[in-house]
Design a protein around this ligand. Structure first.
Ligand code: C5P
Length: 260
């Protein structure tokens, strides 16, 4: 039995200010997706990497990703409208011999081969769903609905968040509680799963749409929704997600500091 990776790369680069897909944005001369695929292959534990790419936008990915990395075949499949749909499209093309799946985001381009091995080993050791995570360093508050000072106005932005209204009033959120950060982890990828469990989780969530779908931002969330146990193992700083231009600058720094 073997382990395969699904590498999600079908998202847009909007928040990064990129014209095309974020996964093609260069970091030290190489697109993020190639960094991520190279590290998955270098782990020595995956037999294939399936990359989900924007539907109709395969050509630029095919030109930057070799058919093989370190002897590991790299295949492209058309992703879907959501991350969840993209992962499902990747799962659908895995061979019958694959019994462990690692789901990884191209946006976490610098997650190291050691982290890939650690997650895979934990799944092989019998935990059916494993995610890397880091302790949270900020103080965290749970907040209520945004409000503005009496006599001013606020309009809501496209993403549902408040933006200053015509009167320029800054929004404020009432604090409901301070959350005990000791029991929180900021979760990363690659996330590792027993393949049958992940297939079941995706099948159960396939009907979700709208807010319900967007609230589930990782595969472990789908597994949790089934009532199955999910385990956290130590993550790593360099597995940070590149979302903004600032993140890209931090990733460049990490590379300069000797990450490979
Ligand atoms: O947009 P965000 O950074 O949260 O996306 C997380 C990962 O999911 C990225 O690697 C992105 O390329 C991928 N994705 C995808 N298909 C989508 C949306 C996002 O493969 N429809």
């Amino acid at each position: 039995m073997t382990t395969a990776a699904v590498l999600t790369a079908a998202g847009s680069g909007r928040r990064l200010g990129a014209a095309g897909p974020k996964a093609l944005v260069p970091l030290a001369g190489e697109p993020l997706v190639l960094h991520a695929a190279r590290r998955l292959a270098a782990s020595g534990v995956v037999v294939s990497v399936v990359v989900t790419v924007p539907p109709g936008g395969e050509a630029p990915f095919a030109s930057v990703l070799p058919a093989e990395l370190d002897g590991v075949p790299v295949r492209l499949v058309a992703g879907g409208a959501s991350r969840q749909a993209s992962v499902a499209a990747g799962l659908a093309v895995l061979g019958p011999d694959v019994d462990v799946v690692l789901v990884h985001d191209a946006a976490r381009a610098l997650a190291g081969p050691g982290l890939v091995r650690a997650v895979e080993a934990e799944v092989r050791a019998g935990r059916a769903a494993v995610v890397p995570g880091l302790p949270v360093t900020d103080t965290l508050k749970r907040v209520g609905r945004p409000q503005v000072a009496p006599g001013t106005t606020t309009v809501h932005g496209a993403a549902g968040g408040p933006v200053p209204g015509p009167a320029g009033a800054p929004p404020a959120w009432p604090v409901l509680a301070t959350v005990d950060r000791g029991e929180l982890r900021a979760v990363q990828t690659p996330q590792g799963f027993d393949r049958a469990l992940l297939d079941r989780a995706h099948a159960a969530a396939a009907h979700l749409a709208g807010d319900e779908a967007t609230a589930l931002t990782d595969d472990a969330g789908l597994v949790e929704a089934l009532g199955a146990e999910v385990w956290v193992v130590p993550g790593e700083e360099r597995a940070m997600k590149v979302t903004t231009a600032h993140d890209l600058a931090v990733a460049r720094l990490l590379l300069d500091e000797g990450d490979q």
